[in-house]
Design a protein around this ligand. Structure first.
Ligand code: TYM
Length: 355
């Protein structure tokens, strides 16, 4: 297969590993779970990887949506990514629908996916059981196959030995497994084409839970407003939500997943944001009760998100500039995606279009 990356991003070398990830523009703001489970890693990995990050608007229409809202949320999503520290000179940030090869590869991979195999995806089962059969689209069913296409389009040449890494939260593990299975199946049938991607799931922050229901994932679609901390939230409500987070009986700040799920979630958040180990935090708050602990945590969250919020609003003030950054990202993503698809079409047996 021709090397899909003839021109590495500025500051990267051809031997550098690649990273690809995506996030849905399905809310007015990203949340703390997105940030700790995935986005923080996106920013860190741009320094050591050739980086491709997309706002997955095709995935966002697998549930009923409002077109004007989708357009707005896609821009707000992109602005937050840059505001968090993604540097357009180091990371290729783009909108998924700007690179139509995503949908084309998804079709081909879909033809290699068993119906039962797709039906076993737990996210699909959860979402479709909530919406009922009539409210569940075929797009929601094939969602993980589109995700596999997102990832595999950016495959390095398997002969190069360059890894392909995918930073995600714990809830995406099964989709990554499916992606590896489909890549292996394609390679087996049509010849070595795809590097098998590796999930990059952070320890400790891979599943941030709802502040009001510490047994459930913090989620844009399922959490109540009191259970979720939005990156773009105003400081006052943000502080209040943390102070009102469900803690457990007793008053000791100790890590215990079973008996103290609420405090354990807050400890994980604190530890990940401040870079202090959980045992050190337990020692710091020994005997001081939940109040001081939550107050300090609220400050750490505010210190992290306030500058991001301010930069996001500034970026949204100049939409033309934002559009140019996204066009630049899509251009480089397209170069890689087009080459991968040329190889894929040839391997699958499609006739090359004559001139
Ligand atoms: P999405 O948009 O639901 O979430 C974006 C990222 O945030 C992570 N995440 C969490 N991590 C920890 N705790 C939480 N409570 C939490 N909630 C969300 C998710 O794991 C994810 O990494 N299917 C993907 C989008 C996608 C994608 C891709 C990802 C489309 N194509 C290609 C990687 C590669 C999704 O639904 O993300």
């Amino acid at each position: 297969m021709p090397e899909a990356s003839s021109q590495p991003a500025s500051g990267t070398t051809a031997a550098e590993p690649r990273v690809l990830s995506g996030i849905q523009p399905t809310a007015d703001s990203f949340h703390l779970g997105n940030y700790l489970g995935a986005l923080r890693q996106w920013v860190a990995m741009q320094d050591t990887h050739e980086a491709f990050y997309c706002v997955v608007d095709l995935h966002a229409i697998t549930i009923e949506h409002d077109p004007a809202l989708l357009r707005r949320r896609t821009k707000v999503a992109a602005a937050q990514l840059f505001a968090m520290g993604l540097d357009p000179d180091r990371a290729h940030v783009f909108v998924q629908s700007h690179v139509p090869e995503h949908a084309e590869l998804a079709w081909i991979l879909g033809c290699l996916t068993g119906f039962g195999e797709a039906g076993r995806m737990t996210q699909f089962k959860d979402k479709s059981s909530k919406q009922g059969t009539s409210g569940t689209s075929v797009g929601l069913f094939t969602y993980p196959i589109l995700q596999a296409a997102d990832i595999l389009l950016y495959t390095p040449d398997p002969a190069s030995g360059r890894p392909l890494r995918v930073p995600v939260g714990e809830d995406q593990r099964q989709h990554l497994e499916l992606t590896r299975t489909l890549a292996g199946r394609f390679n087996h049938r049509f010849g070595e084409t795809f590097t098998l991607p590796d999930a990059h799931i952070p320890e400790g922050a891979a599943k941030i839970t709802d502040l009001q229901e510490p047994g459930a994932k913090m989620s844009k679609s399922a959490s109540s407003p009191q259970g979720i901390i939005d990156v773009l939230e105003e400081p006052g409500p943000m502080r209040k939500k943390i102070m009102r987070a469900v803690t457990d009986t007793g008053s000791e700040v100790v890590y215990d997943e079973e008996k103290k799920a609420g405090v354990t979630n807050l400890l994980r958040i604190f530890s990940a944001l401040e870079g202090t180990s959980v045992p050190d935090l337990e020692a710091r708050y020994q005997g001081s009760g939940y109040g001081q602990f939550k107050k300090d945590l609220a400050q750490v969250v505010l210190d992290t998100f306030t500058p991001i919020r301010e930069r996001t609003l500034k970026l949204l003030d100049d939409e033309e500039h934002l559009d140019r950054l996204l066009a630049q990202g899509a251009e480089r993503a397209s170069e890689v995606a087009v080459r991968t698809m040329e190889t894929v079409r040839e391997r699958v047996g499609f006739v090359v279009r004559g001139r």
